[in-house]
Design a protein around this ligand. Structure first.
Ligand code: SF4
Ligand code: SF4
Length: 387
């Protein structure tokens, strides 16, 4: 993955758009699987054939999944071009962000003093950053994961906060830069060097904007330890109908993480089937780019495509957002539930919490952290940039 700094990520002119105008051959390869490009044309057709106003508005229908970039024979980057258009629309007040009040409100709560929690024990140089959705939907899984990681690294810290990727993806560049920059500054001031992440979206944000830190997923960390995770009676659920793995879009270029997830599953004696469009060529689950807030039908088309490629086979994924989205239409497990509550999960008895209970669980997890990490440097985030 190309690493860039906060200041050069958003540029007034978009070199990627210029690249598309110069090199795109209109071959249509990127349109084959993309429901957005099928609707509006190739990236070059969009940039040349549509008015600037239309370009700014339709950019919010792109799920920012990155599949187009992966398949493009000219190595073009349409996702970056659409993200730049989003950012341009926000900077020039061309978009009504009130349509996104739900997701932006969710993000705002995550970064608030009430829900945020930094607990850094003495000598801590590594933190576990579980993100927003995992702790809310799966508080017990999150705590078991933290205990497992802490056994590997006794002075491990934990941070409950939001990486503000929703703002990033909606083109709120100034807000994102300020919020993420403040978090990073606090962590660096407290000598944090390594971050272990469970959420693929947080992972992508940290990997892109915190190149000075060592960034790893919890899947790589657990897999490298060889910790035993087995079904209680040594049974092999899903033997007749192998599981398939849905790789979240932010992980399409991270073969190591993809392999770690599969290794964890086979380590549990589970059979993994092959699925069309996995790993580098994975498809959006439907949640990407917050498209569902303005066009639920378009977002749902992605979900249906994913369901079709899985067929009747249950899906395992490693993103709480993807798990929630896909599980609406087809059986989907989060790998961490399978690892820590294997029998209950395989039997379909593990239920992820839903809002508003998710907020209650996040607060109870915060209380548990305070109780179990006495003496740690503790902070609640009390920072808001001037917008
Ligand atoms: S990022 Fe995904 S949704 Fe957007 S144009 Fe590319 S393939 Fe289509
Ligand atoms: S695959 Fe690349 S060259 Fe072909 S239409 Fe898409 S952006 Fe253009």
């Amino acid at each position: 993955m190309k690493q860039v700094t906060l200041s050069d990520r958003f540029e007034p002119m978009s070199p990627v758009a210029t690249d598309i105008l110069e090199k795109c051959t209109n071959c249509g390869i990127c349109q084959v699987q993309c429901v957005f490009l099928t609707r509006y044309g190739t990236p070059k057709e969009i940039l040349t054939g549509l008015s600037p106003a239309k370009q700014h508005s339709i950019a919010f229908e792109c799920s920012l999944c990155g599949l187009c970039q992966t398949v493009c024979p000219e190595n073009l980057d349409p996702v970056e071009a659409f993200l730049n258009l989003r950012s341009d629309a926000v900077n020039n007040n061309l978009i009504d962000l009130s349509k996104y009040s739900t997701i932006l409100g969710y993000e705002k709560k995550g970064t608030s003093a009430l829900f945020s929690c930094y607990a850094l024990p003495q000598g801590c140089d590594t933190i576990f950053f579980p993100g927003c959705t995992l702790p809310g939907t799966r508080p017990k899984t999150t705590w078991r994961l933290f205990e497992t990681l802490k056994a590997l690294k006794p002075n491990l810290g934990i941070v409950l906060d939001c990486c503000t990727k929703p703002s990033h993806d909606l083109g709120r560049e100034t807000y994102f830069q300020s919020m993420f920059g403040e978090m990073l500054n606090f962590l660096q001031t407290h000598r944090i060097k390594r971050i272990w992440l469970a959420c693929p979206n947080c992972y992508k944000v940290f990997k892109t904007y915190a190149p000075q830190m060592s960034i790893e997923t919890v899947y790589e960390v657990i897999d490298s330890t060889g910790l035993p995770h087995r079904f209680a009676d040594g049974s092999r659920p899903f033997e007749d109908t192998p599981l398939v793995v849905h790789d979240p879009c932010p992980m399409r270029d991270d073969a190591l993480v993809q392999d770690s997830v599969r290794s964890l599953l086979t380590g549990m004696n589970l059979s993994i089937g092959k699925m069309a469009f996995e790993k580098k060529k994975t498809l959006c689950c439907g949640e990407g780019g917050a498209v569902g807030f303005i066009d639920p039908e378009l977002a749902g088309t992605w979900t249906q495509k994913r369901k079709k490629s899985a067929g009747r086979r249950p899906i395992v994924t490693y993103c709480a957002g993807c798990a929630g989205f896909l599980n609406r239409t087809t059986t989907t497990f989060h790998i961490l539930d399978l690892l820590f509550f294997p029998d209950k999960t395989a039997a379909g008895r593990f239920k992820a919490a839903k809002a508003p209970f998710t907020y209650f669980y996040r607060l109870s997890l915060k209380r548990k952290i305070k109780k179990n990490l006495p003496g740690a440097v503790f902070r609640e985030r009390n920072y808001r940039p001037t917008e």
